[in-house]
Design a protein around this ligand. Structure first.
Ligand code: ADP
Ligand code: 5GP
Length: 213
């Protein structure tokens, strides 16, 4: 992956259970130098989740403290319940160092990132092939109670209503194709003239041209 020029915040949103985490894992397997932003959240840790890896699990007061002191680049209350936020420093470092950081965040966070960072952020919406498929995936995952599934489906409607704000849509029907599409989006965005280190390439090519006479 090209590591020069301006970095990319690759924002990935979509309804809970659509397969965002699974598709992102596929991208990270293929491109280990792409990093995943670790959000802070006030929701309780699920079985199997690791603090500092899946999320930074923090208390309401710690979250409030981080929010007030500007340590969060964006934050939102998701599923009308818990708070989630993106730590500012790793995101700013990735941009400054020309790296790619993936943010798996909701549509409110995506909107905030778009407002603050404009084209430096690339917004990708992962959609289900059908509403029925979404329900089946949420149920099959067995991580949520019936009540939590109902809440997530209500949020899913809101996510889908906001699809038009994104730069790209990936329909996660066949997983391998969805991963391929996300990879293509990233590769395309890295080659834009704003991000590509074209000045260095130009100067190298012109220096070679001079040598050859
Ligand atoms: P999200 O991160 O969007 O909440 P997950 O990545 O946890 O969703 O995926 C939800 C469930 O759907 C998981 O059990 C996952 O294995 C399954 N899944 C993901 N992508 C597909 C797909 N293309 N086809 C069928 N099942 C999928
Ligand atoms: P879950 O509780 O299932 O891990 O995540 C619920 C939702 O919170 C996900 O759909 C995800 O998009 C969103 N989310 C996770 N981290 C953040 C974050 O840092 N900011 C925002 N705005 N949303 C987040």
């Amino acid at each position: 992956m090209a590591d020069s020029g301006r970095g990319i915040l690759l924002v990935v949103s979509g309804p809970s259970g659509v397969g965002k985490g699974t598709v992102i894992s596929g991208l990270l397997e293929r491109y280990p130098d792409v990093e995943l932003s670790v959000s802070c959240t006030t929701r309780p840790r699920r079985q199997g989740e690791v603090d500092g890896e899946n999320y930074h699990f923090i208390s309401d007061s710690e979250f409030e403290q981080m929010r007030r002191s500007g340590e969060l680049l964006e934050w939102a209350q998701v599923h009308d319940r818990h708070f989630y936020g993106t730590p500012r420093e790793p995101a700013e470092q990735a941009l400054a160092m020309g790296r790619t950081l993936v943010l798996e965040i909701d549509y409110q966070g995506a909107r905030s990132i778009r407002e603050q960072l404009g084209d430096q952020a690339v917004l990708v919406f992962v959609a289900p092939p059908s509403w029925q498929a979404l329900i089946e995936r949420l149920r099959k995952r067995h991580t949520e109670s019936q009540q939590a599934i109902v809440e997530r489906l209500a949020s899913a409607r809101e996510e889908i209503e906001n699809m038009g704000m994104y730069n790209y849509v990936v329909v996660n029907d066949k997983l391998s194709e969805a991963i391929e599409q996300l990879v293509s989006i990233l590769l395309t965005e890295q080659q834009t003239i704003e991000r590509f280190d074209w000045r260095r390439l130009r100067d190298e090519l012109l220096a070679q041209a001079d040598e050859w006479g």
